[in-house]
Ligand binder design. Structure first.
Ligand SMILES: O=C(O)CCC(=O)C(=O)O
Ligand SMILES: [Fe+2]
Length: 325
């Protein structure tokens, strides 16, 4: 495939994939696949979240983060490697860095409703803040809606990769996905934070795919192949959906997990908040990320050793400062 240098990420409509019209569906698959072979990101509308859901979610997320730090810290559980509940300001740093990001966030994880699936025992229970009544409902409704959208995006990816459409279904069923409402908090005095501290330092996502709400606010940038940073401009009704490192590894680099970051606002605007809510779609921990056979060719020899999703996640949590060795 000829790879163009794009100035913006392609926009797609999930309704095309879900329409039942074979032509619309095939076009969606092709455009998604090409975008993922190229810049690794798309903007997606008709993802299934209603305006009411989105508004309720942001209201609850804002209420939570406006609580005093000592109240929020009651919901912080370092022994869970930050995988559930609150993670306080500056705790997480990008792989290969020491300076913490200028953000605080909250993790909502999988709830396994099918008690015949033993994977339920692998997951720590979710933690719900008692101060914000709607938080449980609004975050978990969002979790399920984005999980369903993600499953369809993975079906489209499977078709693009010439796999059976349902290839990923079993692998993500009761998977270890995480919804992460993030607050990039206001900075009163920019001189009081480390000079190299940023909202989110450049990184690739760990998981299979990320579905991100809130990229319509300024700051998110992706690094193009020529090292130019491209600002992401999603419309309010779009989410951004990108390839993570697990999918890049599975496809032997055919699909691209593109480096991205959230830059600080101008100095005089540092005193403002930014909110976003990524959904990191993870498979079950036993999924093998060994390169797919049809992604290994003479021109594209196998790049990385075999690893499972669970092992890969563990390595990365240590590198992010969330888990002790
Ligand atoms: O806040 C954003 O817009 C992006 C966040 C992000 O890249 C991440 O949490 O992995
Ligand atoms: Fe990210």
């Amino acid at each position: 495939m000829e790879e163009k240098l794009l100035d913006e990420i392609p926009s797609l409509d999930l309704a095309d994939f879900r329409s039942g019209d074979p032509e619309r569906k095939a076009r969606f698959v092709q455009q998604l696949g090409e975008a993922y072979q190229n810049i690794g990101f798309v903007a997606l509308k008709n993802h299934g979240l209603t305006d009411e859901q989105t508004q309720a979610l942001y209201a609850d997320v804002k209420s939570f983060f406006s609580l005093p730090d000592d109240v929020k810290q009651q919901y912080e559980k370092p022994e869970l490697a930050g995988q559930r509940g609150y993670v306080s300001k500056g705790k997480e740093h990008a792989k290969g860095r020491n300076t913490g990001d200028l953000k605080e966030f909250y993790h909502v994880g999988q709830e396994v409703e099918d008690n015949t699936d033993p994977i339920g025992k692998e997951y720590p229970a979710n933690i719900w803040p008692s101060e914000v009544e709607g938080f449980h409902k609004s975050t978990f409704t969002t979790y399920r809606t984005l999980e369903a959208a993600g499953k369809d995006v993975l079906r489209a990816i499977a078709l693009y990769l010439k796999l059976p459409e349902t290839y990923f279904d079993d692998k993500v069923r009761n998977g270890n996905s995480i919804l992460r409402p993030i607050h990039y908090f206001p900075i009163e005095d920019p001189d009081a934070v480390p000079a190299d501290a940023v909202r989110a330092a450049e990184h690739g996502d760990i998981n299979l795919i990320t579905l991100l709400m809130g990229a319509s606010a300024d700051g998110l940038q992706v690094k193009r192949r020529d090292d130019k940073w491209i600002p992401i401009t999603a419309l309010p009704d779009q989410i951004v959906v990108n390839v993570g490192d697990m999918l890049q590894r599975l496809t032997n680099g055919v699909l691209k997990s593109t480096i991205h970051r959230v830059v600080n606002p101008a100095r005089e605007k540092m005193n403002s908040s930014r909110f976003s809510v990524p959904f990191f779609m993870h498979p079950r921990s036993e999924m093998s990320l060994a390169a797919l056979e049809n992604c290994v060719t003479a021109e594209n020899p196998k790049k990385e050793a075999d690893i499972t999703a669970g092992e890969f996640l563990n390595e990365r949590l240590i590198e992010l400062g969330l888990k002790k060795k």
